[in-house]
Design a protein around this ligand. Structure first.
Ligand code: ADP
Ligand code: MG
Length: 727
């Protein structure tokens, strides 16, 4: 009898695991001494750049002013010297194509000097612009391959850094990636555009509140990353994990997450070692990671940073994902960032904490202690509420992916319906506003926003509600439906833009009502808040987002419920969304269309890969194991019979039935894969959703039943029990 050997191997490896690297010398080199050491930071710039150049750069970085290209040569030369001192031989423009990954092209500093040697060279134009051969990145029709030019353009506002490798280092320069016609081929360009428009509109509102020069206003982001770590040997023994990042088969482990003994539990030794190194690597890059803990599911963890300027946070978040994966390998682990690596236990999300503010005015979603702050706070909060209500469909589109379909609405993550959790106190305030003037609920008298003694709002203006996709959490909003594997750029772009549109509306209304007379502001604010509270209260929901009643209630309130990616993506092209993005200069109509094409195609490709994998695993791993056991049962029965004893063949019969079912489900899956839809890309996506995914699931149902009865030594795939609990 042949047995399968791939499974015992990981187990042996796990048992005999020893770190390949020497332990970190954390005492000799304390973490604070390495923080930011690989960043071309403000301090480095100040020390190395001539004063006028430094000042010019700061204007762009801190005030969002236009970059003076004249400074590039000087900056490039200083950057090169700094990088070479840090051991760099190459520089790389890093960019973020629409695949959601991080891309980079490396070039050497070395140029032959014509006399048999080489000099190092890095010019201003090399710093400012690069030209990777970009024909293989998706452009959704913006750029045909015959016009494959794509340019990377230096993003001054995101600091350059040194990427270390045991064999050398590279100077990395964050860039935007655009086509030769100037259209955005990446995720960064729209982030920068949306930050700019948000700043402009927020500034208008702040001026009305008497801030003559509020300084540069920017969105802030603090993304909390959830992920799984499992032994790396398991990854290679499972083609589905290797190629799709999630298990397509697997019976539940006898123990799952039901004991609730994982959340915030003691972090396993090897995992903690990994986390410590991840954090040190990120410290060097100036990524302000702060929090680590166990998550709800077995072998699931979380890492969260201190919030920063949203553009920088977006780049840093990409570094967080890359660093977790890279460092995990060193410790014999595999990091799984997929939204749903294992069925039946929690998947992973990425809570995107978002606010806006500036160095002079502070956090604009901070309630503050005095009534005047409160009025301003209420206006900004109302603008967000209005934005999320008006464009909840667009926000839903921004988090749509094949992976997130497994999570949203599955009673472990928020529902696919966008709503806002405000907490009791703020909800009460807004419902008072709706009726007219604010009454200090526990105090006497009628209050006018901003003048009388509006009670100071407590920092924790309400309890937590894990079922809400979008929650006010004290001084920021937390967008919880964002998925673990995605770049935060998309959700950020939508948030920044819809809030900019709302602030535009707010500023316009207040400007109209006050006509330049600050004395009229209070009444104008009062009226505006009342009308927003009235018109947009439907988006506020503090109850249980998982409940059936909410789904009914949400429908009554007219809130969109796009249940899956295929339903969501076409709404990107809804007239109001296309117009919004175009009006504020965030995405042209063509750019929006290209994103629709690319994301729909991506959905198809992902499901297609999964379906081919499922077919392959079912045919070449599971069915053969089932045949072997069936054969074993049959020969045993025959032998018993031959010995003259009546054999109980019920196990054999059950096995034959299951094998027959598996065979027929495999045929169905083959048929679903083979039958191609015709017409527009969305028709293909529908076919994948409606025919291929159900056929895959049907194969899985039988396979998982087989896993429960086939002998352990015949079963070819690492099991949930092993992957989740051997660490
Ligand atoms: P939680 O209770 O969800 O853990 P925390 O206060 O610890 O809340 O913050 C969670 C995340 O929110 C952190 O990454 C933090 O940096 C981020 N955050 C806090 N304030 C802001 C803000 N003003 N803007 C954006 N993100 C913020
Ligand atoms: Mg949180």
């Amino acid at each position: 009898m042949t047995t399968y050997h791939a499974r015992p191997q990981p187990l042996a490896a796990v048992n005999s695991y020893k770190p390949t690297e020497k332990p970190l010398n954390f005492k000799e080199t304390p973490a604070q001494s390495i923080y930011g050491s690989n960043v071309f930071s403000d301090t480095v710039m100040k020390a190395r750049l001539p004063k006028p150049v430094y000042k010019a750069l700061q204007k762009t970085i801190k005030k969002g002013e236009k970059l003076d290209p004249g400074v590039a040569d000087v900056v490039a030369s200083a950057m090169k010297d700094w990088a070479i001192e840090k051991g760099a031989t190459h520089y790389a423009h890093v960019f973020y194509p629409l695949t959601g990954i991080t891309a980079e092209k490396h070039d050497s500093f070395l140029t032959p000097d014509g006399a048999g040697g080489a000099v190092t060279e890095f010019t201003g134009s090399q710093l400012i612009q690069g030209e990777p051969d970009a024909s293989s990145f998706p452009s959704g029709g913006i750029r045909a391959t015959f016009e494959a030019r794509g340019y990377t353009a230096w993003d001054v506002t995101s600091p350059a850094y040194i990427l270390e490798n045991a064999n050398g280092t590279t100077l990395v320069i964050p860039t935007a990636f655009v086509s030769w016609t100037g259209e955005a081929l990446d995720k960064k360009t729209p982030v920068l555009r949306s930050m700019q428009v948000l700043a402009k509109q927020a500034t208008r509102v702040l001026k009305l509140f008497g801030h003559e020069d509020p300084g540069y206003i920017y969105a802030t982001a603090g993304p909390e990353q959830e992920y799984f770590l499992i032994d790396r040997n398991f990854l290679f023994a499972r083609p589905d994990l290797t190629l799709a990042g999630r298990t397509l088969f697997g019976a539940p482990s006898p123990k799952g997450q039901e004991f609730e003994d994982q959340y915030f539990g003691v972090i396993p030794e090897r995992v903690l070692a990994t986390m410590l190194e991840v954090e040190r690597e990120l410290y060097k890059l100036g990524v302000p990671v702060k929090t680590r803990h166990n998550e709800v599911a077995p072998s699931q963890y979380e890492i969260a940073p201190i919030y920063e300027n949203a553009n920088v946070a977006t780049d840093h978040q990409q570094l967080v994902m890359i660093t977790i994966k890279r460092v995990a390998e060193k410790y014999g682990l595999a990091a799984l960032l997929h939204e749903k690596p294992f069925a039946g236990i929690n998947g992973s999300g990425k809570h995107l904490n978002w606010s806006l503010g500036g160095d002079k005015v502070g956090n604009l979603l901070e309630p503050g202690d005095n009534p005047h702050d409160n009025a301003q706070f209420l206006v900004f909060t109302a603008a967000v509420i209005r934005a999320v209500h008006k464009y909840s469909g667009l926000l839903r589109v921004a988090i749509a992916s094949a992976g997130n379909d497994h999570r949203l609405g599955a009673n472990e993550a928020p529902p696919a319906i966008l709503s806002i959790f405000l907490g009791d106190l703020l909800t009460d305030l807004f419902s008072q506003l709706e009726k007219g003037k604010l009454k200090g609920s526990k105090k006497k008298g009628t209050l006018t926003v901003g003048v009388d003694t509006l009670p100071p709002l407590p920092k924790d203006a309400g309890d937590r509600n894990r079922t809400s996709p979008f929650a006010f959490t004290g001084n920021k909003f937390e967008f919880r439906a964002v998925s673990s594997n995605q770049s935060i750029a998309g959700p950020l772009v939508v948030l920044n833009t819809i809030v900019a549109e709302s602030l535009d509306y707010v500023a316009t209304e207040l400007e109209k009502a006050t006509k330049g007379d600050p004395k009229k502001l209070n009444d104008a604010v009062q009226d505006l808040l009342q009308s927003i509270a009235k018109e947009h209260k439907a988006i506020i929901f503090n109850g249980n987002g998982y409940s059936e009643e909410w789904h009914k209630e949400a429908a009554k309130r007219g809130l969109p419920n796009y249940k899956n990616t295929v339903e969501a993506l076409p709404h990107l092209l809804d007239k109001e969304n296309v117009e919004l993005l175009a009006k504020y200069g965030v995405l042209t109509e063509r750019e929006t269309h290209s994103r629709y094409e690319i994301y729909t195609e991506r959905y198809c490709k992902e499901v297609n890969t999964e379906s081919l994998l499922a077919l392959n695993i079912a045919k070449t791993f599971i069915l053969p194991a089932a045949y072997r056991y069936q054969g074993e049962l049959a020969s045993t029965a025959a032998a018993i019979k031959a010995a003259g004893v009546a054999a109980d063949v019920s196990s054999l019969k059950a096995m034959v039935t299951l094998v027959g079912e598996l065979e027929s489900k495999i045929v169905d899956l083959e048929h679903a894969i083979g039958h191609k839809a015709s017409g527009a890309i969305i028709e293909h996506a529908k076919h994948f959703r409606d025919s291929v995914i159900p056929a895959m699931l049907a194969v899985r149902v039988v396979a998982d039943q087989l896993e429960a009865i086939i002998p352990d030594d015949l079963w070819p795939l690492p099991t949930y029990r092993e992957m989740l609990f051997i660490r």
